[in-house]
Design a protein around this ligand. Structure first.
Ligand SMILES: NC(=O)c1ccc[n+]([C@@H]2O[C@H](COP(=O)([O-])OP(=O)(O)OC[C@H]3O[C@@H](n4cnc5c(N)ncnc54)[C@H](O)[C@@H]3O)[C@@H](O)[C@H]2O)c1
Length: 255
């Protein structure tokens, strides 16, 4: 799906897209690159990261890649140091990495809980903690975290995912309060149902889809590009006075 872009909106800006190898993260990374940002993609999936960087350069943008598991503090710190070594700073942090799978609550084991919460929430904390000191020094920066409609509206059989995404929103809000005085904005995006690898099993489930589509006033599932525009808006100068919000992008599902 093609979307207009705003040439040079992120010119001379350095954007770190964590979880940018595919799906929503890739759409955001490509959009930032098309609009002039120097993009660093960090992800655990090396082949998909290479493909995303290739796509970005086909579009005339530039992207560097760093392999990083966001659950590992040392890897996170090294990844941020590398981005700063390459480009001298980070103007925009997009924290997009996320995982989830359904399971009845009584069959949700600790491994499942830790995998989800460590990736979605602890990773957001670790990455922000590594990036923010660099932003404080320059007294500017934009933090954008990937939350979800599930930050607000619980879905059955997704306890760790729902809890982690609610946590991501409150982390974004906390940082909005704490870092606003340093000229740093912190916001979150809350996608509804978007067509990606994460949702592929649900999208194949006809019964689920019949029910779900009725819940979306716009009557369709979203595409990753539907999220790229709102997410990059929050990172742009147009959002200089937007701080501490969760911007739902869900076709009206929560209306
Ligand atoms: N697709 C949706 O309907 C939807 C809805 C609401 C929120 N979200 C959120 O949007 C974000 C992107 O999801 P998506 O649908 O594009 O999924 P996706 O699976 O296509 O992309 C997720 C990315 O995160 C990376 N990742 C996972 N674990 C990681 C780790 N430990 N370290 C580093 N990178 C890691 C993956 O390799 C992948 O590139 C997630 O946070 C997800 O929770 C998605």
């Amino acid at each position: 799906m093609s979307r207009d872009f705003i040439p040079d909106r992120f010119r001379d800006q350095v954007a770190l897209g964590v979880g940018g190898a595919q799906g929503i993260g890739k759409a955001i990374a490509v959009r930032l690159g098309r609009e002039g940002a120097r993009v660093v993609i960090a992800d655990i999936d090396r082949p998909m990261m290479a493909r995303a960087a290739g796509e970005l350069s086909d579009e005339g943008g530039r992207a560097r890649q760093v392999l990083c598991d966001v659950r590992k503090p040392r890897q996170v710190n090294r990844m941020v140091e590398q981005a700063v070594r390459w480009h001298g700073r980070v103007d925009v942090l997009m924290y997009i990495a996320g995982v989830g799978k359904t399971a009845p609550f009584t069959r949700t084991d600790e491994r499942h809980w830790d995998w989800t919460v460590d990736t979605n929430l602890k990773g957001a904390f670790l990455v922000a903690r590594a990036v923010v000191p660099h932003m404080i020094k320059r007294r500017r920066g934009k933090l954008v975290f990937m939350a979800s409609t599930n930050s607000w509206d619980a879905e059955a059989e997704l306890a760790p995912y729902n809890a982690s995404k609610a946590g991501v929103f409150l982390l974004a809000k906390t940082l909005a309060r704490e870092l606003g005085p340093y000229g740093i904005n912190s916001n979150a995006v809350g996608p509804g149902l978007i067509r990606t690898r994460l949702t592929a099993p649900l999208l194949k489930d006809r019964k689920f889809m019949r029910k779900y589509q009725n819940l979306i006033p716009l009557g369709r599932v979203g595409e990753p590009e539907d999220i790229a525009g709102p997410a990059t808006f929050l990172a742009s100068p147009d959002a200089d006075y937007v701080n501490g919000v969760l911007l739902f992008v869900d076709g009206g599902q929560l209306a």
